[in-house]
Design a protein around this ligand. Structure first.
Ligand code: ADP
Ligand code: MG
Ligand code: ZN
Length: 514
């Protein structure tokens, strides 16, 4: 919540890396996009009036009985399969007991030692094109908690607040928690691996269609566990290095952007290294990430033996997914995002850097749809990475949220190709479409943006320009061909931009050269 924190002493990153080897564990919570909650029929619409999407089940009223959402289970199994996990042939829910105001039941329905999916992996591509395998410990089903707002304090946290409000609309929304094994061998690339993993996981979940994966809205959240151990070998993947016992970890909670994950892991490495180098201990605790100051601060101390008094949930039947159903779900898995990226790059003929920029801008889907609608890959890329990216940026929107469809972009480019519009006019058409004036053809008609294709008026303007700038015309006649640019400019101005500059140039040269 933007609360600023004061950082501790840190060691320079290179120094930290020279002395220590980082180990990471990433816990990602993803909210499924089911229409209803995990154990009741309440809707899950984001941003609804507080406490308008609740019922006796998700409020934990006595006697209310939960029923598992079949779509929630299906999402969990598909995620497990996409992460190359084994799907449990039999498992149960468990009650995780704790008391907190945002959890009306006083227990969270979760899974404990019997997760629906376990022992998987996700291969993650790093910036230099190499692949790092992230081993997945488990993916389990649970439910989200409600949301507290602490009002009146400076920090938005409970400390110093005047009062607190709680909204239970989120309580009971299906969550899948995906937990990695301790990741070793990343060495100084640990922060990059953390970002690349969450990015790849987000792409995968989006491709599965199970979540809207909006980190800024909290439908994808990441906790980053980091510890350091002594470096005994320059090679982070050597067996000597892997034999060194793990250090004590901190757990930085709810980091909510890819960039922050990388920064938070990096910060934790430098903070823990400074403590260890000074002969101090790392405390096993949760920590908060502060986006503004780029530091983490201590949350609560956390012991391994924290007693949640887990026990099997008596109100829900065990889950025993039939093998045939699981195999049927396996056939619904999307092409893995990294593979799809490579395929599209080849089909489109983009360079590595071009493709990386497209992916980073989140423009892959838009370009793909624009190409399907008939545009060439190069022109589709030009629009989405150029003018439309700029428009999205000034409006603070994602590309996909712009009020122009890929089909409209393809239509616009077709008008350019047909000579109806030049680039400058096409940009005005974009303005019109974004302003809700209709599709490209309608905007062209309503704003009168069509290029003058008839040579008649063009020739008049060309002759007028030659007469008005006789000195320039003489230069061109004398062989200074570059000077014709000024005449082209004069004609374009006269035509208020609605002329094809190449044709104007042609007409001028016909008149000024033998
Ligand atoms: P908790 O309930 O404390 O969050 P979890 O088992 O849910 O524990 O998750 C712990 C995460 O931290 C896992 O990803 C695990 O692989 C990782 N982890 C465990 N030990 C260490 C360690 N010493 N250093 C870094 N990460 C660790
Ligand atoms: Mg955890
Ligand atoms: Zn409910």
């Amino acid at each position: 919540m933007g609360a600023s924190g004061t950082g501790e002493t840190v060691l320079a990153y290179d120094e930290a890396m020279a002395a220590y080897d980082p180990v990471m564990g990433l816990e990602v919570h993803v909210e499924l996009n089911t229409a209803t909650k995990m154990f009741c029929g309440c809707p899950t619409t984001f941003g609804a009036e507080p406490n308008s999407q609740v019922c006796p089940v998700c409020l934990g009223l006595p006697g209310a009985l939960p029923v598992l959402n079949a779509k929630g289970l299906e999402g969990a199994v598909r995620i497990g399969l996409a992460l190359n996990c084994t799907i449990a042939s039999w498992c149960r829910f468990a009650r995780k007991n704790y008391f907190y105001p945002d959890m009306p039941k006083n227990f969270q329905t979760s899974q404990y030692d019997e997760p629906i999916a376990f022992d998987g992996h996700l291969d993650v591509e790093l910036d230099d094109g190499t692949t790092f395998r992230v081993e997945i410990e488990r993916a389990h089903m649970e439910e989200d908690t409600g949301k507290s707002s602490h009002v009146g304090g400076a920090t938005g946290r409970i400390h110093g607040a005047e009062y607190s409000l709680v909204d239970y609309n989120r309580a009971g929304i299906p969550l899948i928690e995906i937990v990695t094994k301790p990741l070793v061998g990343a060495g100084d690339r640990a922060p990059e691996v953390a970002r690349a993993y969450v990015s790849a996981l987000r792409d995968l979940l989006r491709a599965l269609g199970v979540s809207d994966v909006k980190m800024e809205q909290g439908s994808l959240r990441c906790d980053a566990n980091v510890s350091l151990r002594k470096r005994v070998s320059d090679d982070a993947t050597s067996s000597e290095q892997k034999a060194v016992p793990f250090g004590i970890r901190s757990e930085t909670k709810n980091v909510n952007s890819l960039r922050s994950i990388e920064r938070a892991v990096r910060y934790e490495i430098t903070r823990q290294a400074a403590r260890l180098a000074a002969g101090r201990r790392v405390v096993q605790e949760t920590r908060h990430w502060h986006e503004d100051t780029g530091v983490t601060t201590a949350g609560r101390e956390k012991s391994d033996a924290e007693d949640y008094r887990y026990f099997p949930e008596p109100d829900l039947v065990p889950i025993a997914p039939e093998a045939a159903w699981v195999e049927q779900l396996r056939t619904t898995l999307p092409e893995p995002p990294a593979q799809r990226r490579r395929r599209l790059q080849t089909e489109w003929g983009f360079g590595d850097l071009e493709m990386r920029d497209v992916v980073n801008a989140g423009a892959t889907e838009a370009i793909e749809a624009t190409v399907v609608a008939g545009a060439s890959p190069a022109t589709a890329r030009k629009w989405w990475m150029g003018e439309l990216a700029r428009q999205a940026n000034t409006r603070g929107l994602e590309l996909s949220a712009l009020a122009i469809t890929p089909a409209q972009v393809a239509e616009l480019q077709a008008l350019v190709d047909a000579g109806t519009l030049n680039d400058a006019l096409a940009r005005q058409v974009v303005e019109g479409v974004l302003a809700g004036e209709g599709g490209p053809a309608e905007v062209v008609a309503a704003r009168g943006l069509e290029l003058v294709s008839d040579d008649g008026p063009l020739i008049d303007a060309v002759e007028a320009a030659i007469a008005a700038h006789a000195d320039v015309a003489d230069k061109v006649r004398g062989g200074k061909v570059a000077a014709v640019g000024a005449l082209v400019g004069a004609v374009m101005k006269q035509m208020r931009g609605k002329a094809d500059a190449a044709r104007v140039r042609e007409l001028l040269m016909e008149r000024l050269t033998p």
